[in-house]
Ligand binder design. Structure first.
Ligand code: ADP
Length: 497
């Protein structure tokens, strides 16, 4: 007689969790996926650091203190408890001001704090100590990116013969470009002996590489889209770890991120002036006019607005945009851009904004509400990414009927269906070559579609808005992944009792 299956208990460890702290897509995932896991009946709990800027007073301070072994002794930390908004998902905040009471999560723009290895050792080790202190024995521990890459290593090493050793580990890659690379001599900071500094674990091309160790130690690996799962196994996008990933090809799964469909709901979005839906797009016109007004661009419904939002880094291809911007701005269109990042890029786009107030507006800053207003008010959304593990903005765009113009890479391939001029099929415009010409030509194609085939634009909009990007799909796939990870670790199914 076989026991009935039960839901996995999951400890989700992340260095950022929206809305508490976020620098990018990882924060969005950590703030949304655990809620969808709970909706499927899983006991999912989240652990993150208590950063400066989080509203500490609204969090419950748990009794006692947590003892986290560090290389220099034991860190005595407090723990605060909060919940993901509109949910009963517990979020445990590890409070240790020496490491986290700072203005930035990882360091000032373009820099990293010198003690990041120590800070995130604390988070990784602290998360495991917390689970034990709470007597929460997860079936699966889910670590994310280099900041928590030590988690699967600890479960296999320092947790040997302890309760957490039975937990299966999942390591998710949100961006292969960030690997946690530091000096080879620093392994002691992670509390691990130098014997782990070898080519099968932490050593990679003469340096200490946290992601590599996780790729070797975790039971199962995942990344945030099927296409990116294939791409990172190639030298072009594997960022030096493609060989390690190819060796574990059978353990690597691509699961497309969902989006928070409550937060990003055009029919019910407190950040935008007027709500709208696929059946009634009148509100989108109002939002467009408001966006043009906010950008101090001519308010004109006939001229299409192209939006861009994101980190101004080479990953996002803003340099490619810069190289064709003169050509684009000779056309009858408007471009609005919101971003922060490389100083040079900020300067370039910021000053261009003053020179071309008729067609171009750049806001240099991080502004959540404005991101919503751009998604709602723009007609097209441009993402010339060099690589894109999943990408969220194209999904927000689709949901807001703002047709994506994207490079065919990573999650963009998995979410945007290519437009076919003969049939009108598709939901957006894709290009392969990362060149200013290809980008300009594709924006030109979208522009000509706007002017010459407005019925196609309308049909694509409606089709795009009907797509389902909710986390419930992803959560189902993660549940399968967790069960698989458990099976691999324990050699049997996850049963009740
Ligand atoms: P990545 O994680 O590589 O930065 P994603 O598209 O996966 O890219 O996620 C980026 C997230 O950050 C999106 O939610 C996007 O709207 C948001 N974002 C990026 N830059 C800004 C900005 N300057 N202002 C507001 N939101 C931003």
């Amino acid at each position: 007689m076989s026991a009935s299956p039960r839901s996995p208990k999951v400890l989700f460890v992340s260095s950022e969790v929206a809305p508490f702290a976020k620098t990018g897509g990882l924060g969005d995932v950590a703030g949304s996926l655990p809620k969808a896991l709970r909706r499927r009946g899983m006991d999912a709990r989240v652990v993150m650091p208590l950063y400066a800027g989080i509203d500490w007073d609204s969090l419950e301070r748990l009794e006692g203190s947590l003892h986290v072994p560090m290389w220099w002794g034991v860190a005595h930390a407090s723990v605060r408890l909060g919940y993901l908004p509109r949910s009963d998902v517990p979020v445990y905040f590890l409070e240790y001001h020496r490491y986290f009471d700072r203005p930035h999560l990882y360091g000032p723009p373009g820099e990293a704090y010198g003690d990041n290895l120590e800070r995130f050792t604390f988070l990784s080790r602290g998360a495991l100590e917390l689970a034990k202190a709470l007597a929460f024995h997860p079936d699966v521990i889910h670590a994310n990116d280099w900041q928590t890459a030590l988690v699967p290593v600890y479960v296999n090493t320092v947790e040997w013969a302890r309760p957490l050793h039975g937990a299966a580990t999942v390591y998710s890659i949100h961006n292969m470009a960030y690997q946690g690379v530091t000096d080879g001599g620093a392994l002691f900071v992670a509390g691990l002996g130098q014997e782990h500094y070898n080519a099968a674990e932490f050593e990679h091309f003469g340096a200490l590489n946290l992601a590599k160790a996780a790729l070797r130690h975790a039971n199962v690996l995942s990344t945030v889209s099927p296409t990116y799962a294939r791409e990172i196994q190639t030298p072009a996008l594997g960022c030096g770890l493609d060989g390690v990933l190819r060796e574990r090809s059978g353990d690597l799964f691509g699961i497309l991120n969902g989006i928070d469909v409550e937060e990003w709901d055009p029919a019910n979005d407190p950040y935008i002036p007027e709500g709208f839906s696929a059946d009634d797009l009148a509100g989108k016109e109002v939002d467009k006019a408001a966006l043009q007004h906010e950008a101090r661009l001519p308010v004109n419904p006939h001229v299409p607005v192209f939006g861009l939002i994101g980190r101004l880094t080479s990953q996002k291809g803003f340099d490619v945009l810069a190289h064709c911007l003169d050509r684009l701005l000779s056309w009858d269109l408007q471009i609005v851009l919101l971003g922060t990042g490389d100083r040079e890029a900020e300067h370039f786009f910021g000053t261009l904004s003053a020179r071309r107030p008729d067609r171009f507006k750049a806001w240099i800053g991080f502004d959540h509400g404005l991101a919503h207003r751009i998604e709602a008010g723009a007609d097209f959304f441009v993402m010339p990414s060099r690589f894109e593990p999943c990408g969220l903005n194209q999904m927000y765009s689709l949901r807001y009927g703002t047709l994506p113009v994207v490079r065919a890479t990573g999650g963009l391939v998995d979410t945007v269906r290519p437009y076919r001029e003969d049939t009108g099929e598709g939901t957006g415009f894709l290009f392969g070559d990362l060149s200013p010409e290809a980008l300009a030509n594709t924006i030109g194609w979208a522009l000509s579609t706007w002017y010459d085939r407005p019925e196609h634009v309308l049909a694509m909009r409606r089709r795009a808005m009907a797509q389902d990007f909710s986390w419930d799909h992803a959560a189902e796939a993660y549940e399968r992944l967790y069960r698989e990870a458990y099976r691999r670790r324990r050699g049997h199914e996850l049963h009740a009792g």
